[in-house]
Design a protein around this ligand. Structure first.
Ligand code: N01
Length: 538
């Protein structure tokens, strides 16, 4: 669809994506007086929350914390209704922010960026879209999100299936009714674990096709108590300040004791309290060594396994649901409402596709190596080509025409997760090598957007045209990211953090596990030292 005659639009910056990152980036760059265009594939703002409309979709970070902090009036005015925000409520919030900041006039919707090439002669990025438009801009900001490119395993015969198919990450806009239907859900990550209990209430029969069980902790979601909200809002600046220097971007203090250094009864009481509180964080911060020492981790993992045995009545099903292949927390812990209890329903059956994998789809269902299942609907909850998938779908080329795909053939390499050597004036918001998915991502997004805006303001003030990471700084950062990851249990899991969910994807631990607060300090230090590790050009 490329129209070579189309006029090139001259801008200061192109931002790719209009989720939490792109929206705030637009606001900040406008504040600097820059001419900016945001390109967004969806029909509206929201990013991942625009696409993930499946029944039960809800954030696993608390509402009061999963929102922007840059506008004190906004955070005081907005009224969250539940402890954990549902997808429709988050979308309403982002819609409200877009209206409040009048963002839409600078966003092109229903359009995908297909390429971004750096023109060395002009020191500018040429960005093209699938609508045939071409933009030329000094800066290119990738606000593409970490979980935007869905993955559907290429099952044999899937196109011959005559029933309805859905992917949790590309859910239809109109409500989908499963009443009286025979439904299959493939996948038991965070998405599967959320969709299963809701669909189970409608479906005549629900088959959950599980390859690997995950740890899940109840959300104990419910309406927000007005007194709690009032209290929280009165301390908002302090909460936000704590979140910014915390490990995970939420204001929870970690217990500095070892899980192995306390009596078993005391430990049990602590885990019970964390379980009763709900969500993943209280469990993860219960002891300092849970993510670093296998024996310590095992005490918490075994606690959750025991809970599964208590909740699920059929011992065989309980055993199948019990995770044993990875330490607790080394894959994103799921946060659920009634997930395990759903397997006590007579219309729900867990199918183990580890011992008998899905072999093929048929016109009327699917076959595993052990049995055939007649289905009306199949829900793929099979995840994403995370962290790098969306960036690499775009043909990004830097100096000398070097493509990002080639540069990252053995895994992503960045400086601070923000910049790539050889790709001047390109910024990656929550890019690989930053805390991103290991944190309350809104806190990480705000930090990256503010750092990027400050960097652009500094370039202008100093009279520089370009900035790019040096290969040495990038190499050192990649080594540091790996070193820190290797001091933890994270690399032990076959997770999407390491690319293990995509056959053929290089196995590299992609996020930075050093913590939100320490990472912020590093980034601020780099800026203070005149952008140490970067090269600037006139
Ligand atoms: O994806 P996943 P997700 N045959 O990759 C299975 C965020 N999120 O969309 O583990 C059979 O975790 C696969 O099995 P296995 C959150 O960060 C947050 O659920 O590879 N099964 C796995 O069970 C999360 O971590 C929220 O053996 C196959 C599942 O599909 C991230 O998004 C809500 C298969 C994929 O799980 C991704 O979660 C939702 C095959 N061939 C998502 N291929 C909240 O905020 C794959 N699977 C709460």
């Amino acid at each position: 669809m490329n129209d070579s005659n189309a006029a090139v639009r001259e801008l200061d910056a192109v931002v790719v994506g209009a989720g939490f990152s792109g929206m705030y980036m637009l606001h900040k760059l406008r504040g600097l007086g820059l001419k900016v265009r945001v390109i967004e594939a969806g029909e509206n703002v929201g990013g991942t929350w625009y696409w993930n409309r499946y029944p039960g979709a809800r954030c696993d970070v608390m509402s009061m914390e999963y929102c922007y902090s840059f506008d004190p009036q906004l955070e005081q005015e907005w009224e969250w209704t539940e402890r954990y925000p549902s997808q429709p409520e988050i979308l309403r919030y982002l819609d409200h922010v877009a209206d409040r900041l009048d963002l839409r006039r600078d966003i092109t919707f229903r359009t995908r960026v297909t390429s971004a090439h750096y023109d060395e002669g002009a020191n500018r990025w040429t960005v093209t879209t699938d609508a045939g438009e071409t933009f030329s801009a000094r800066f290119c900001v990738m606000a593409t999100g970490c979980l935007s490119t869905t993955r559907k395993p290429p099952f044999e015969g899937v196109d011959a299936f005559r029933g309805r198919t859905f992917h949790t990450g590309e859910w239809p806009h109109e409500p989908v009714d499963f009443t009286g239907r025979r439904v299959g859900v493939i996948g038991t990550g965070s998405s599967g674990i959320q969709v299963v209990p809701v669909v189970a209430q409608q479906a005549a029969k629900l088959h959950v096709f599980q390859r690997t069980p995950n740890f899940s902790i109840p959300a104990h979601n419910g309406p927000l108590d007005p007194d709690f909200v009032k209290q929280f809002k009165s301390r908002y600046p302090a909460h936000r300040a704590e979140a910014r220097v915390s490990l995970f971007g939420v204001p929870w203090a970690i217990d500095m004791n070892s899980a192995l250094g306390v009596p078993p009864e005391e430990r049990q009481r602590k885990y019970e309290a964390a379980w009763a509180q709900g969500g993943a964080t209280p469990m993860l911060v219960a002891y300092v060594d849970l993510l670093a020492n296998e024996q310590a981790n095992e005490t918490a993992a075994e606690f959750v396994r025991q809970k599964i045995r208590e909740i699920v009545k059929d011992p065989k099903t309980a055993e199948l649901l019990t995770p044993r292949d990875h330490p607790l927390g080394t894959k994103r812990i799921c946060v659920d409402t009634d997930y395990y209890a759903t397997f006590n329903r007579p219309n729900v059956e867990l199918v183990d596709v580890r011992s008998a994998p899905i072999v093929r789809f048929t016109a009327t269902g699917l076959e595993t190596a052990a049995a055939a299942y007649e289905l009306d609907d199949v829900i793929f909850a099979t995840g994403y080509d995370a962290m790098t998938g969306t960036l690499l779908r775009i043909d990004v080329r830097g100096r000398g025409g070097v493509s990002l795909r080639d540069k990252w053939a053995d895994g992503p390499k960045t400086y601070l997760g923000l910049s790539v050597a050889g790709f001047p004036n390109l910024f990656t918001i929550t890019g690989p090598g930053s805390p991103s998915v290991l944190s309350n991502v809104v806190v990480s997004i705000e930090q990256h957007v503010e750092w990027t805006a400050d960097c652009i303001a500094w370039l202008r003030q100093e009279g520089y045209a370009t900035i790019e990471a040096t290969p040495e700084a990038e190499e050192k950062w990649v080594a540091h990211v790996n070193e820190v990851a290797d001091t933890t249990l994270f690399p032990k899991a076959n997770s999407w953090y390491t690319g293990a969910n995509i056959p053929g994807k290089p196995r590299v631990f992609m996020p930075y596990v050093g913590g939100v607060g320490p990472y912020r300090e590093i980034c601020d230090g780099v800026a203070k030292k005149g952008y140490e590790g970067f090269r600037v050009g006139a």
